[in-house]
Design a protein around this ligand. Structure first.
Ligand code: UDP
Length: 288
């Protein structure tokens, strides 16, 4: 083989292992014999169809079933799952909710002296508390992170700046997006949909306690049917619970798929990112 052929072969092999958005990256471990001896090449395994994803985890991920506050066990379990995803080279941004601490609407409804907008700001601050906890849990699991907040609070978090967020993602850091949109009267579902578009995420992964979108609440009706694929229009016309309506409309309009799945089953975040057909995919055109 000529030197030129070696160069071509090496170039082709390197391209073979390169990660390209929307394609499979194939794991390769190759030993090539050339004039100068054996050259050992390895690439990492990444079978994800995604390059960048946005994961929405609600406040209930931070506490035990039926409880509130923050449980270190729940937090470590989610952090471990996230570490496994990041190790595969996926760019991951996380929008965290705050319902384990406070939801603005519920709080405003039961309090006489706190006006609704204040209650919603309190809810947004709850997401920052969760973000701080998740950041430390991830860092102690060996994952590099940045916490960005939509409400400025430089002492604890960077401000959300799109270009800076993208830079962190490109460097392999998990970016935790806290304080929702920074504006009251919406939820972190809406924040997830808006941020997904802003950072060019290919999909919104909505972690829930159930296995996907059902015809009825599966916790109340054990005979409810789970959809593996459904369109935004069907979700809206049947009033099915996926994400809040604003988030749904945004994703529908901008053609961002949502995958609803059970993140409580350990390994599911990695499975969904790897393209396994778990949960329910909500899209404009369902898969055939
Ligand atoms: N919130 C808000 N604006 C936002 C995002 C959140 O006002 O852009 C408030 C809202 O009161 C919400 C609370 O923060 O109830 C916590 O977020 P969310 O209810 O979405 O948390 P989750 O249900 O996901 O735990």
């Amino acid at each position: 083989m000529t030197d030129i052929s070696y160069v071509r072969l090496l170039r082709d092999l390197l391209n073979f292992g390169k990660q390209t958005p929307g394609t499979l990256t194939v794991s390769a471990g190759l030993a090539i014999y050339c004039n100068t001896g054996f050259l050992l090449m390895t690439t990492t395994t990444n079978r994800s169809p995604y390059r960048r994803v946005l994961l929405k985890i609600s406040g209930e991920s931070f506490c035990r079933e039926g409880e509130s506050g923050i449980s270190m066990n729940e937090l470590s379990s989610v952090a471990g799952q996230i570490r496994d995803v990041v190790q595969k080279g996926i760019q991951l941004a996380i929008v965290c909710g705050g319902g384990n601490i406070l939801r603005g609407k519920q709080f405003a409804d039961i309090s006489q002296s706190i006006v609704p907008s204040t209650a919603h700001y309190m809810g947004m601050l709850a997401t920052v508390i969760n973000g701080l906890a998740l950041q430390d849990a991830l860092e102690s699991a060996g994952v590099q992170t940045r916490l960005q907040s939509a409400i400025r609070m430089e002492g604890v978090a960077e401000p959300f700046i799109r270009r800076r967020c993208l830079r962190h993602l490109e460097k392999g850091r998990v970016v935790i997006l806290a304080a929702g949109t920074g504006s009251p009267f919406v939820t972190t579902d809406t924040a997830a949909a808006l941020r997904a578009r802003e950072i060019d995420a290919e999909v919104v992964l909505k972690g829930t306690k159930v296995d996907g979108v059902y015809s009825e609440d599966p916790l109340r009706n054990p005979h409810a049917i789970r959809y593996s694929d459904i369109t935004f229009r069907e979700v809206l016309s049947q009033n099915l619970q996926v994400m809040d309506a604003q988030a749904m409309h945004h994703c529908m309009e901008h053609n961002i798929d949502i995958i609803v799945f059970n993140y409580k089953r350990v390994g599911n975040i990695a499975r969904v990112v790897a393209g396994e057909r778990i949960g329910t995919r909500v899209s404009n055109e369902p898969r055939s």
